[in-house]
Design a protein around this ligand. Structure first.
Ligand code: PLP
Length: 290
């Protein structure tokens, strides 16, 4: 069962429950015809949506970067909680995902109006990747590391609906026998995965690539860093050159759906996997109450 709610952010604020199995989106919607919109995917544990605030803030930031009308965050937050609750009651799945989509709406509509919907569905089982780790290849994203400042119209760092490139990169990884991708900038810095953030441990310091490089602010990475801070790690953003990863003690990709997955090989080179810290981070993430 899938639960879907349509939210009308810039008309009279209202939530409308609809059947996700019945088509809801116009063929003229710019989200469909141009990928012109933004989205978020939240994880839900035992019916509780996680990191709602950071996801909504990132959604608002992505919308602002695209000059979309302001998004009614409170209404979308309410919708996320409602669909999570309904889907959990229906299936009792331990882990769910809630997807929030906001598009620029119908082309040339007057007055302009966004289209928004919020839908819940079960999270695929990621226990193997969390436990055993993943094989990752680096792929060039084709932009220098300072692209966000140089060319903001490329929307680096916005979570837009245009994920065709991210999916193409994942297919390239599969062709190379890998599970996932770590993008690098054209000038040799590590960035992020197509749907994940990098965590790199050097002793008791844990780094993630800086958002100024046009990477998304990861909500999972943020929660993991809060946990690591409580355990005495120094955490922060860094500009990391690709070759610096050879000195790292362990690497992970962090994302809402898969949570923390250790990287066990990078471009075919075996890495040591810190099972204890991986399990501890995932347990802390699954125990979040907000
Ligand atoms: N980077 C990109 C490009 C993403 O698409 C995502 C998530 O979808 C992330 C990083 C990780 O973000 P989060 O931990 O909030 O899922």
């Amino acid at each position: 069962m899938t639960v879907c709610l349509r939210v009308y952010p810039d008309r009279d604020p209202q939530l409308v429950a609809v059947d996700a199995d019945i088509p809801q989106v116009s063929v003229l919607d710019l989200g469909v015809t141009r990928g012109d919109g933004v989205f978020e995917v939240l994880t839900v544990v035992d019916g509780r949506p996680q990191a709602v605030g950071p996801h909504l803030r990132r959604l608002a930031n992505s919308a602002a970067m695209m000059d979309l009308p302001p998004v009614d965050l409170e209404l979308i937050g309410q919708a996320a909680r409602r669909v999570a609750d309904a889907e959990y009651r229906a299936g009792q799945a331990h882990e769910l995902l809630v997807k929030v989509v906001v598009t620029r709406g119908i082309e040339d509509a007057a007055p302009p109006s966004c289209t928004c919907w919020v839908v819940a569905f079960p999270n695929p089982d990621h226990s193997r990747e969390r436990r055993e780790g993943i094989d990752v290849v680096t792929l060039d994203r084709g932009f220098p590391h300072d692209i966000a400042a140089r060319a903001p119209w490329l929307l680096a760092g916005a979570k837009t609906l245009s994920y065709a490139v991210n999916k193409a990169a994942l297919r390239e990884a599969a062709r190379r026998g890998a599970d996932d991708v770590l993008f690098t900038s054209s000038d040799g810095y590590v960035l992020e995965g197509p749907s994940s953030s990098l965590l790199a441990r050097f002793g008791t310091r844990m780094w993630t690539p800086a958002t100024a490089q046009g990477v998304l602010r990861g909500t999972t990475q943020g929660s993991a860093f809060e946990y690591l801070g409580r355990r005495g790690f120094a955490t922060g953003e860094a500009l990391l050159r690709a070759e610096a990863l050879e000195q790292a003690d362990a690497l992970w990709l962090a994302s809402s759906s898969r949570l923390i997955a250790p990287i066990r090989t990078l471009d075919g080179r075996a890495l040591s996997v810190d099972h204890g810290l991986t399990d501890a981070m995932n347990e802390a993430l699954l125990a979040r109450t907000e």
